[in-house]
Design a protein around this ligand. Structure first.
Ligand SMILES: [Zn+2]
Length: 308
């Protein structure tokens, strides 16, 4: 066991934390280059690292943060781990932060994106695909399986257009997840309220921050802009209802839920909508409400199919 160092993370604490908690499948190239000298990344794991996707996302989000927010979070890096968890996390590493998206969540976001953008599947067929996937995911999670060999494969990509649509949706989901983790540091430190990681309010602040951050983008042409903003509005609700369906199904099969720092996702969606209605322009609020209703119905259907 290690003792807390009164909120002061020394380089040694960070290194110990890093080794203890994570086995890396990959981390961003930035992390590899910048940290190799400090031996923060085990050499054999750094050698496997190739995560342009994570790196591109991190650099995009860096550009959207204000200088004050950048000062609060320091530099940050995004990586994937092989942890079979349906979650993401943020940890201090020295003066930087490391955002980790765990493999099971990362794969699920890809699956969902491929299915809901599929040009030939009806909404009901899409729901069936997701119901099968979620059942297998919940079964693996409830048994504590490290691998998920029985997870269905996503339907084949149909065309270049399908591939583009899927990657745009997937990008917006991934952006929401990573922005939420950034929100844990930025939003809570900005308010300086002394929230802890287990405070439900901190989760809601992180969601609100993650909703707003991508909308700050101003450099897109009109075509990419329409696509970017519509998927940025959609992603938080798609993600939270997906998570909510997972939680509901897991509660049915698992006698005891794993400890989580997050309030139920349905509560998060409601709180996010309230925040949007209060603080954002009416046209954004009404789109958000419609998207929320749409995904709520879709995932309710999926939970019924899976339980039935
Ligand atoms: Zn969180």
């Amino acid at each position: 066991m290690t003792s807390r160092s009164d909120g002061h993370d020394t380089q040694g604490d960070a290194r110990a934390l890093f080794y203890r908690r994570y086995r890396y499948q990959s981390v961003s190239r930035s992390l590899r280059e910048q940290r190799r000298r400090d031996a923060l990344v085990p050499a054999e794991l750094a050698a496997q690292s190739s995560q342009d996707y994570c790196e591109q996302l991190a650099s995009h989000l860096r550009e959207l943060l204000s200088s004050e927010e950048l000062r609060l979070v320091g530099d940050f890096f995004v990586g994937l781990t092989d942890e079979p968890r349906f979650s993401a996390s943020i940890e201090p590493v020295g003066r930087s932060h490391l955002i980790l998206v765990h493999r099971r969540l990362f794969n699920a976001l890809q699956f969902v994106s491929d299915v809901i953008t599929h040009p030939r599947l009806t909404a009901t067929e899409q729901a069936h695909h997701l119901a099968r996937y979620l059942s297998a995911l919940v079964l693996a999670a409830s048994r504590g399986e490290r691998l998920s060999p029985h997870l269905p494969r996503s339907p084949d990509l149909e065309s270049v257009e399908h591939s583009i649509a899927s990657s745009v949706v997937n990008g917006s989901l991934f952006r929401f997840v990573v922005s939420h983790e950034l929100g844990h540091v930025v939003a809570t430190r900005q308010l300086a309220c002394g929230f802890t990681d287990t405070d439900a309010h901190a989760e809601l602040l992180a969601d609100a921050f993650a909703f707003i951050l991508p909308l700050r983008e101003t450099r897109l042409d009109s075509v990419s802009s329409a696509l970017y903003f519509s998927t940025s509005l959609l992603a938080p609700f798609l993600f939270l209802y997906l998570l909510s369906a997972f939680e509901q199904l897991l509660a049915v099969v698992a006698s005891s839920q794993p400890a989580t720092s997050h309030p139920p996702s349905v509560a998060r969606t409601g709180a996010l909508l309230l925040h949007i209605q209060r603080d954002l322009p009416q046209h954004i609020a009404s789109q958000a409400e419609q998207l929320s209703m749409l995904w709520e119905q879709f995932f309710r259907q999926i939970v019924c199919m899976t339980n039935g």
